[in-house]
Unconditional design. Structure first.
Length: 708
């Protein structure tokens, strides 16, 4: 299915083995315009096959990295098709078996791909009902489809299974977006929380990741890495490494590696290389990076502009000018970037830990000078991605080395390499000028964001005079600023840009609420005409048991709102601050989300809890230390992520909205974490934090500047 040319129906069914096939296309009109006698894989994103056994196989380019889409996709299909969940097999992320897909990121799988998959199930159900009507000799509207069987209404003895209808069939259908989907009131699979399809494998250790794949004769690679980004290799003496028993040294252009049949031996032999490097002058560090971003970023865009900014500023009763900053943040997944490649006879197979199997396939093909159809990428389970497993350097390296030696080669980055070669969430700056009029209402919002991009910058509140200006990276689809502005590669990090923008926006809203002497929840409601956001915020306040009081109230309570991936989120937190040590203890978080129809409630709550827990890392400790291109944090001994002991009591509240299709769930909760904690700290001790992470040292410094 990875070829860009058309397949005849005979060729296609030769691959899938016959049955009833429904093609899932996000742009089916394009497919219909093609030659009806041929199938064009690039025009559909997945397909399902109902086989003679009655089992249903879904082939999707999406991947499972812990977020639960293996199960939720199956639930959506089972609901519309009318089959038990246990009868569905999911094949994900295999470029030879699955149609093209751009990748798994941005909380797009459920909200963008889900409707098409549901429509495919409904289309397949209609096809089966039509076949059953002819088989049973009754009108289609007299039939009932349930649990993989079609029976005559009122006479269950007259029935036929899906498998029987599929037996010997060679039927191809293109999903019709007009297919009638089941109403939420009819759901028997969606809206419930069955055991995860990958649960048993993962809790028993049977699940296989890229690093668990073993092939006969495979070699393990250790690759020579520079001591700093931008460093140039002057010379490398590999004679001692070559003398190590069983070791093989490979030089391929800029790639220098030691291979061995045993990973420990590869490490020992690799340590014998004597390399000399020339590193560039180190000019940037975690303190001067912010001025650098403001002074050097380009690619400007005004996203919003309304009213009269100058007049509003001149007529302001109270004016607020603030600057917010955030450093670089690493993805730090538990599974490091890993790939195993087997290149021989002009073809390549790569098992890769990646969020983007098809772009990885194309990258490997270009590197090896092969055709894309001669490269196959298989994606096993991925041990955490968070946006970071899209660059796929390890897959290219493994493929190049395998091509050089004619044997399978595994490249598994060490933890030190993972930190060094991560594509970091970029450091960013936000500058805001806002104002209140004489009635305590927001009259001005002038917002400039550097390097974080547009996501999360939109203003939820009713402000007559507003401007939102983006400087530098306007989206993570572009790398235009990365090489010249940042000292190392940057890229998407769970809700890219939205964490920084929400921190700045909701902190600024809180500053104005406090200046107006108004309770922060009430202040937000006064400026919210969006009924959906009002409902979510009020739900969070009710669940928390919120009592109105202007900040700082010394209670240590904070609130923050945002819209991300189509989901509306409101978060309330309670903290305790030790002013002497600067340590903050988060004791409770309530997070309410309206994410439309909830496919799997337990899975949705897990994503909310996971987002908030991960968010506490960028709030309190996660910031990369660097000196020029040299990354100083290389492991968890110096780079701190959230520990279990840091996790507070979390209450995830799902706001019912069955009128809206399922929206994104993997990222929204993390976006509010920075602001909600900063606002709670201010409420506790009257000290405002303008930089993330808010380490104990920085909090102590802020307290010293403004005594309690």
């Amino acid at each position: 299915m990875n070829t860009s040319c058309g397949l005849s129906r005979r060729e296609f069914f030769g691959r899938v083995g016959g049955g009833i096939v429904v093609l899932v296309g996000l742009t089916p009109a394009v497919l219909r315009a093609q030659d009806p006698k041929r199938l064009y894989p690039e025009d559909f994103n997945a397909y399902l096959v109902i086989g003679a056994s009655g089992r249903v196989t879904v082939f999707s380019g999406k991947i499972e990295m812990g977020q639960g889409v293996l199960t939720s996709q199956a639930q959506m299909l089972a609901e519309e098709l009318g089959v038990p969940l246990a009868s569905i097999d999911m094949v994900l992320g295999d470029t030879d078996r699955c149609p093209w897909d751009m990748g798994t990121f941005g909380s797009l799988t459920t909200r963008m791909f889900g409707p098409a998959l549901r429509a495919a199930g409904a289309q397949a159900r209609l096809t089966l009902l039509s076949l059953a009507a002819a088989r049973l000799g009754v009108a289609q509207d007299k039939l009932v489809a349930r649990d993989g069987m079609i029976s005559v209404a009122g006479d269950t003895s007259r029935k036929v299974s899906y498998g029987e209808l599929s037996r010997g069939a060679r039927i191809t259908k293109i999903v019709d977006q007009k297919s009638v989907l089941r109403a939420a009131s009819e759901f028997t699979v969606m809206g419930r929380s069955p055991a995860r399809l990958d649960g048993v494998e993962k809790v028993t250790g049977a699940a296989r990741y890229a690093g668990d794949i073993r092939l006969p004769g495979m070699l393990y690679a250790r690759i020579l890495r520079p001591p700093a980004h931008g460093a140039r290799l002057l010379q490398a003496d590999t004679s001692d490494a070559e003398a190590y028993p069983g070791a093989r040294v490979v030089r391929d252009g800029n790639l220098l590696a030691v291979l061995h049949a045993h990973p420990e031996a590869a490490t020992i032999a690799f340590a014998r290389i004597k390399a000399q490097w020339q590193s560039p002058e180190a000019r940037l560090d975690p303190e001067n990076i912010f001025d650098h971003l403001v002074n050097t970023t380009t690619d400007q865009k005004t996203a919003t502009e309304r009213g009269d900014i100058r007049a509003a500023r001149a007529g302001a009763a109270k004016l607020f000018e603030t600057t917010y900053r955030k450093g670089y943040v690493a993805h730090a997944p538990i599974e490091t970037h890993t790939a195993l490649a087997d290149v021989r006879d002009g073809k390549a197979t790569v098992w890769a830990s990646t969020q983007t199997p098809f772009p990885t396939r194309d990258l490997v093909a270009r590197s090896l000078k092969l055709k894309a159809q001669d490269v196959r990428v298989i994606t096993p389970y991925v041990g955490g991605g968070f946006g970071g497993k899209s660059a796929n350097m390890q897959a290219v390296e493994a493929a190049r080395l395998s091509q050089a030696v004619g044997k399978p080669v595994q490249v598994a980055q060490t933890r030190e390499e993972e930190f060094f070669y991560d594509t970091f969430d970029p450091a960013a700056v936000v500058k805001i000028v806002s104002s209140l009029d004489g009635n305590g209402r927001i009259s001005l919002w002038d917002y400039v964001v550097y390097a974080a991009g547009e996501r999360g910058s939109a203003l939820l509140y009713d402000v007559p005079n507003a401007r939102i200006h983006l400087v530098g990276r306007t989206s993570f689809a572009s790398e235009t600023d990365s090489a010249s502005v940042h000292p190392f590669a940057v890229g998407p990090w769970r809700a890219p840009g939205a964490n920084m923008n929400a921190f700045a926006v909701e902190s600024q809203i809180d500053i104005m609420a406090s200046a107006a002497g108004i309770d922060p929840v009430e202040f937000r409601l006064r400026h919210l005409s969006d009924a959906r956001m009002r409902r979510v915020l009020q739900t969070a306040a009710d669940a928390f048991g919120w009592k109105a009081a202007a900040a700082p109230s010394k209670r240590g309570l904070g609130v923050a709102c945002n819209v991300d991936a189509g989901t509306y989120v409101a978060t309330i937190a309670e903290v305790k601050v030790d002013a002497a040590t600067g340590k903050v203890k988060v004791s409770r978080i309530v997070c309410a989300q309206d994410m439309g129809i909830v496919v799997n409630p337990v899975g949705a709550r897990m994503q909310i809890e996971g987002g908030l827990t991960m968010g506490l890392g960028y709030v309190f400790s996660e910031e990369l230390r660097f000196h020029g291109g040299q990354v100083l944090d290389r492991n968890f001994d110096s780079y701190g992520i959230t520990r279990f002991s840091d996790a507070p009591r979390i209450e995830a509240v799902l706001v019912k909205n069955d009128e809206l299709a399922p929206q994104g769930g993997g990222e929204p909760s993390i976006t509010t974490t920075g602001a909600v904690i900063a606002n709670a700290v201010f409420d506790a001790i009257g000290v405002r934090m303008f930089r993330l992470p808010m380490t104990p040292e920085r909090l102590r410094q802020a307290i010293a500047v403004k005594p309690l």
